[in-house]
Design a protein around this ligand. Structure first.
Ligand SMILES: [Zn+2]
Length: 367
């Protein structure tokens, strides 16, 4: 029998033994619930029949890292997604030294002693958002919230959503399940204390996910995740055909997933709306690809780090390819963001979710 989800590195075939189902987040609450029920039935049929197996292309697509999950979720084509024209803008709030997997990069015990750029850069971003009347989601590192609780308060007071990027910025698949749980719970508590608001969203460092990832986030009290990167990348990447937001069901509840926006070009998923992709591509290309995503009824998920608008930040030593990707076009990114915010209405993940599905259907599981 063909499993819908397979994984190279872990023994557990992700999702196959957990009755995992996915459904797009669309329409109003009633519609979303119906879609979910229909999805569950559809998936059960697929698994038992074994007629729509996973899109497993291990040998042909070596770009996905070893922890990549192979999935072929069903999309309900009867649902009209085109009513949505709003995009989602997000900031991963961390410092210049929080670049993952660089040999010799400063580690957690050293961070306190380093000069910081995050305050000035994040405040510049907040001012830009105020100028453009944009409300965004801020995925704060717990460590940043501890050191700069003023930044969390300021973002919250300006109406932005406070969400979690975990505490210590480690690749999640390098942690044990328990370590990951502790990290994301600690960050959520810190951020809730600093902001005085509920924190319901999470994004993993470098979009790294693993087989127990979603289940543990549900246990740690999160309602949605924004860590799935449906294209090959150095530290993550999930093989999935799902492009729009969807629901992931687990044995302990369910969680909403907002994958990073990709467009399929010549059969290959391509990211354009954040990080090095956004800095590298000309504005005209980002604009064109964003409209393409919106025309398909999906929100564009934009993401940026405060350091990405700062050409004067200290530089870490790294290989040539990584250095180019990390530091290209730092001087022109702020003006690119300003143009994007002029042209594309944006909101937060939480507001998008509350407008497009019943948030009451989500699981907030306290331990
Ligand atoms: Zn990060």
């Amino acid at each position: 029998m063909a499993n819908r989800f397979q994984q190279r590195r872990h023994n557990v075939a992700y999702g196959a033994g957990r009755n995992e189902n996915r459904a797009p987040i669309v329409g109003g609450s009633e519609r979303g619930a119906n879609t979910l029920q229909g999805q569950a039935a559809g998936d059960a049929g697929r698994v038992s029949g074994g007629s729509a197996g996973p899109a497993v292309k291990r040998a042909r697509d070596p770009g996905f890292r070893d922890s990549a999950v192979f999935a072929s979720p069903r999309v309900d084509e009867d649902v009209d997604l085109r009513a949505q024209s709003e995009s989602i803008f997000s900031v991963d709030v961390e410092d210049w030294f929080h670049i993952i997997d660089i040999p010799g990069a400063p580690q957690l015990p050293q961070w306190d002693s380093l000069p910081s750029c995050v305050e000035r850069n994040f405040m510049r971003l907040l001012d830009l958002f105020s100028e453009k009347h944009a409300t965004v989601t801020c995925f704060f590192l717990g460590w940043i919230a501890e050191r700069f609780p003023n930044l969390v308060r300021e973002a919250s007071q300006r109406g932005h959503e406070i969400a979690s990027h975990g505490y210590a910025h480690q690749l999640t698949y390098q942690l044990s399940n328990t370590q990951f749980y502790d990290d994301v719970l600690r960050a959520r508590k810190l951020l809730e204390d600093a902001s005085g608001t509920a924190v319901v969203g999470y994004r993993a460092p470098s979009f790294s996910v693993s087989d127990w990832f979603f289940e543990t986030l549900i246990d740690a009290g999160y309602t949605y995740d924004a860590s799935v990167f449906p294209a090959p990348r150095e530290h993550g990447g999930m093989r999935t055909n799902a492009r729009e937001p969807y629901v992931i069901k687990q044995g302990n509840g369910h969680i909403f997933e907002f994958p990073i926006s990709v467009v399929d070009l010549m059969g290959k998923p391509m990211c354009f709306s954040g990080g090095g992709y956004l800095r590298l591509l000309p504005y005209s290309a980002i604009r064109h690809l964003s409209h393409r995503v919106l025309d398909q009824g999906r929100p564009v998920v934009f993401y940026i780090h405060p350091r990405e608008i700062d050409p004067y930040q200290p530089r870490l030593s790294m290989g040539m390819r990584r250095r180019f990707k990390t530091y290209v076009n730092l001087a022109t990114t702020e003006s690119k963001l300003a143009r994007l915010l002029d042209e594309f209405p944006v909101t937060t993940f939480r507001d998008y979710l509350s407008r497009n599905t019943s948030i009451k259907g989500s699981t907030t599981h306290e331990r």
